[in-house]
Design a protein around this ligand. Sequence first.
Ligand SMILES: [Zn+2]
Ligand SMILES: [Zn+2]
Length: 224
Amino acid sequence: MPRPITLADAIRHHWGCPICWFVEKRLNDFIASSLQRWMTDERERFVATQGLCPAHADLLLRWASPMGIAVLYPPLLQLAADFVALWSTLGRMPNTKPSPMKPRCPVCAERAAAEKLALRELLDLLRTEEGRQIYAESRGVCLPHFRRLWTKATGELRSWLLQTQQDQLRRLSDDLQSYRQKRETLRRHAITPAEETAWATAVEKLAGRWKALAPTESEVSCDG
Ligand SMILES: [Zn+2]
Ligand SMILES: [Zn+2]
């Protein structure tokens, strides 16, 4: 089995937020390795969650085969039918939890655990001089993860993080502008690797990667 990726791998090998990248990789591994168990040994436990939140249902579609869905979903649909029957009796939507409208999404639980681990690994890294240097030279984390990182940091690390985040944002803006100028003046050969990836990093730096962040409020939300 391949070694699970670490946060240090994510900082070294990814042009975007290392926490987003780490979490997304972990979730993909989690779904790929859980599918078989959800269909066999852990079937009852999976059914008891009442399904996946919208973001992770989308992720499931990427990994499960049509036959896998055909094994996993009949009991969930039965539960949803019971839920609607109760809705009919009550004359309003039942507020039971978990329910098809508020599933206890197992991928959300994994997402929270992976994010916690990534934040802890990053904070450990930032306790060393060398770690700070590696981080400062990287693109750094996205704004949503920056907020969580800053909240968990203490003492002078907080002000170091704020300064580093500003430097990273300004450097990214410079790279992006320089990328545009070089494209416009047909100096494409002079574009550096940092400038080449700046457009994709820019979008992710502000918003984070949707697949790695907690699902936002929607009609169907996770019971947590
Ligand atoms: Zn992020
Ligand atoms: Zn979820």
